[in-house]
Design a protein around this ligand. Sequence first.
Ligand code: ADP
Ligand code: MG
Length: 561
Amino acid sequence: MMMENLKQQLQRIDRKGYKAYNDIRGTFSFPTFQLHMDHIQADPYASPSRARIVVQNDRLKMERDLYESGHRNVAFTDFVARSIGKEIRKQNAGKSIYIDRPGQEILERTAVVCDHNQLEVRLSIHLPARGRTILGEQAKKLLTQQLPKVIEQALFNIDMKGLRKHVALSDDQQTLRTFVEKQDALAFIADGSILPRASGVENRPLDKENAIPFSSPESRAARVSLPHYGEIRGMLIPKGVHVIVGGGYHGKSTLLQALEHGIYNHVDGDGRAYIVTASSACKIRAEDGRGVTDVNISPFIGELPNGKSTKKFNTENGSGSTSQAANIIESLEAGSRLLLIDEDTSATNFMIRDYRMQQLVAPDKEPITPFIDRVRDLYETEGVSTIIVVGGTGDYFDVADTVTMMDEYQPFDVTEKAKEIVKKDESRRIRHEAAPFTTKSERSPKSHSFDARRGKKEKVDARGKDTILYGRETIDLSAVEQCIDPSQTRAISRAIDFLAKKYMDGNTSLGELLDIYEKETASGLDVLSPFKGKHPGDLARPRRFEIAAAINRLRTLETNH
Ligand code: ADP
Ligand code: MG
């Protein structure tokens, strides 16, 4: 049908009951695009209607190489989504038209999808009503004036200069990631980066007057030639055990947080655009109260006082140390090669036990082998590196390959000094031995642990960034710090449901399931959505680690192993 038909229909149903909006479900041809009204909300208070705008690429008059390669496609569609979000506001349509608008990170999203032939924009639309009465004239204005105007401005008059810059930045970021990988390194932090955020709840950078830009010590500096930016200098963190020290409030945690987020690309002006971290980096922290299912935490925790096995450890209510141990083992199981740990969010007895305590509490009375006694094995036998913030104990100098000191927000290479101190003042700690690591994924989730039913219907959804509703269960992700966007959380819930329904047979290990997720979504996340083909427009890509984290926190989880 043509746009004119849409106008007529809207006139016809003006002042009728809301249900009559159903008449505009379908496809309408506009001069430059097609509008698909895929789903019409049942009443004015239900979740909004879903629509797609489809434009043929030829009409866009843009060079194909702006979107035809993988990382460029992500940057390109990200920019388009931003452009549309901006224009919706400009047209004062923010209350009626909604797009899943990106933040500081550039993530693969389903809000805008572009393949070789066409570009598709997925929108949610609140169709206007007074009470339950259709406001046809308003709807007409919204769908046949404001909406085309948004598309006209945001797509056909897109800021080409900005778009080219955005895509060029993604080339540079890709080059930087490849560089870090090829150097066999963990991370790169460019000089001039702004690490601190405006506040604890703000993802934007601290303002220029107050932020001290990062600058690498010469002994750690690497220079990389980027295709667009040119030569860039920064600190390269090599594989191994990297300890960050420094006085309180000197910027240690801020540095670690920048590394946590370096798994994602950031927009120009964010301050972190040239910070990259190995893609499998996992933040590890204590998480009192979390449930743990069948995890082999024996590399850290031996037999417990109640005789409970730690080879297949279960708890409804983990302690600081058992939860931190489980978080490590689960990350290894999912394939992580880099652990990021901050003293601020760690259990002290998990991190260290000093000489005096070793004298008082006999080894056979202490089930915990502290991380300090395992961090070298992790690297040397398992190839897993660690970057760890410790301000409180120099015992970690013994196990460090490199030591960086944060001093008034600037990094200094103090590796040599730390080694001298180790020589002069030998630690009297006795090394604790423990069970070997098992990095292989051994647990296979049972499908009946994943019951999506809630009453008569199924319910799988996200509430904000930190909560997944799965059937009658609630999964708490508030301690999963590298999940940073509600659309990722939504995608995680979808991915779990997808895997549970199609692939969990009790014999497929968690690691294999995560491989399947990556393979099945290799050409896009749409497959995860129940609205596939009809506007699955509010998902952003989560890593396998965050999906594993959610599965591991489902309290009804059962596994074979
Ligand atoms: P630490 O972990 O060493 O105690 P934090 O990383 O928590 O210190 O930093 C302390 C405060 O300093 C935070 O409020 C943080 O935003 C601020 N800060 C960190 N780095 C910088 C910087 N480069 N410039 C300005 N302020 C910073
Ligand atoms: Mg700190």
